[in-house]
Design a protein around this ligand. Structure first.
Ligand SMILES: [Zn+2]
Length: 451
């Protein structure tokens, strides 16, 4: 992308003048010292790009930068190319992205992302520089129910806003905004707060994991066994719980919080410390956003309590307890989905499965998640070593490997997915088991090029 002299050329890190924001368009920028009237910092001298802005909506301000290197290498995609097929299109984009090690679609921190994939939003309402990403992201959302959904790619295309965009899309998909008379701006505000409350620096427990769990939850909610019976309230809760289930995760496990006498451990009396915190944090954001303020206090309280019950079910230390109960129900064939308590129990199981489904994804996605969780474990181990605390199981980088951890983890979760397959008895459940089996084999007998 070349600098366009017909448009204002602005220095980086300075406020954009009001008369510029009064228009819609794009500002091309460069870090050339000649244009900025002074020497540019070394790290900026390599940056060229553009800021696109849209001030047509007075409620929001949207500024986003597109990486010129990516733009220059990716051909413009028009609506007609949607006919060419989603897989081919996203594969092409992925291969281009992968050609540039270390590049990121997020080149400038967004002030507030306002892209919308539904309703009256049209292509014309977006700045042209964002068009390519938005078009690709919209394309991916059409296949959001696919088990092969590549949330890593979607996150890049949505400028790091995968959790906001995906959850907002699903709320629309189920007409939850209309059914619960939700205020769209409050909903977006709530989702942005949720996304921002995840810690970016965590290798694994960040907003991308929450987006992945939300997408998996959607797949499970669509299972024929469930779909017929679920109420709108169940769906609302299922999606909310998935999006918020790890809020404000500190990147260390409960064992670390206990041995370091963390205040949260004391607050929740060493019981499901993280999960209690995620739940309470979610409730605080719901209240702060006033998203449900139009409901009666009884309904709100009921929703908050059910949300807690779902999030608490993700405590992996209670895994065996839930698994035994699930198995016992299936053995007795006494789950009746017209009963609200039984439906709630199945939602708990669905969320548990969504939370730990990494080994059940296609290998290229599963492998990425495996490396991320291992890195988070090992970082905890490093901190424990520095603090002279006992290094937690799985967190010692001198003892464990990604493969060793994964083989153990798959052995732990296999029985749950076997019961889930018995319950749902669907093509998806068979795909899940098949991926898990083949991924375990790959970790057990790793061909060198796969690692
Ligand atoms: Zn999680």
């Amino acid at each position: 992308m070349e600098v366009c002299y017909q448009l204002p050329v602005l220095p980086l890190d300075r406020p954009v003048p009001k008369h510029v924001l009064g228009r819609r368009g794009a500002i091309s920028i460069t870090s050339s010292s000649g244009l900025f009237g002074g020497p540019a910092p070394r790290q900026l001298s390599k940056r060229r790009g553009a800021v696109s802005y849209d001030s047509s909506d007075q409620m929001v301000l949207y500024i986003r930068m597109i990486d010129a290197r990516l733009r220059s290498q990716t051909s413009y995609t028009s609506e007609k190319s949607e006919r060419d097929g989603w897989t081919a299109q996203t594969d092409t984009v992925r291969s281009r992205l992968e050609l540039q090690p270390g590049r990121s679609a997020r080149c400038i921190h967004k002030i507030l992302h306002t892209s919308c994939y539904c309703g009256k939003d049209t292509q014309e309402s977006h700045p042209i520089l964002d068009q390519e990403y938005i078009s690709q992201a919209k394309f991916m959302l059409k296949k959001v129910g696919s088990w092969n959904f590549d949330v890593f790619l979607f996150d890049q295309l949505s400028n790091g806003n995968s959790l906001v965009d995906l959850t907002f899309h699903l709320f629309n998909e189920y007409s939850l905004i209309k059914l619960f008379e939700l205020d769209v701006l409050k909903l977006r505000h709530f989702l942005v707060m949720v996304q921002e409350s995840y810690h970016r620096q965590n290798p694994y427990h960040n907003a991308l994991h929450a987006a992945d769990v939300t997408q998996a939850m959607y797949c499970f909610l669509q299972e024929p066994q469930l779909f017929e019976s679920l109420t709108s309230c169940d769906i609302l809760l299922g999606l909310l719980a998935a999006a918020t289930h790890d809020l404000d995760h500190p990147g260390v496990n409960q064992s670390f919080l206990l041995k370091s006498s963390h205040h949260l451990a004391m607050l929740y009396q060493n019981m499901s410390v993280l999960e209690n915190h995620h739940w309470k944090f979610a409730v605080s954001l719901l209240r702060e956003s006033c998203l449900l303020s139009h409901l009666s206090s009884t309904d709100r309280e009921n929703l908050e309590n059910r949300l807690g019950s779902l999030i608490l079910a993700t405590d992996i230390s209670r895994h065996d307890e839930y698994l035994s109960e699930f198995r016992a129900h299936l053995n007795r064939a006494d789950l009746h989905l017209n009963n609200s308590q039984d439906r709630h129990f199945i939602l708990q199981m669905a969320l548990k499965c969504a939370d730990i489904c990494n080994p059940c994804r296609p290998w290229h996605l599963s492998k990425l998640w495996s490396h991320k969780i291992t890195e988070e474990f090992f970082r905890q181990g490093d901190i424990e070593r520095r603090k002279n605390l006992e290094v937690s199981t799985l967190c010692d980088r001198n003892t464990y490997t990604v493969g060793k951890i994964q083989i153990g983890f798959i052995s732990l979760v296999e029985p749950l997915f076997a019961e889930w397959a018995r319950f749902s008895d669907s093509p998806l459940s068979r795909i899940i088991i098949s991926h898990m089996t083949s991924n375990k084999l790959k970790w057990t007998h790793p061909p060198q090029e796969n690692m």
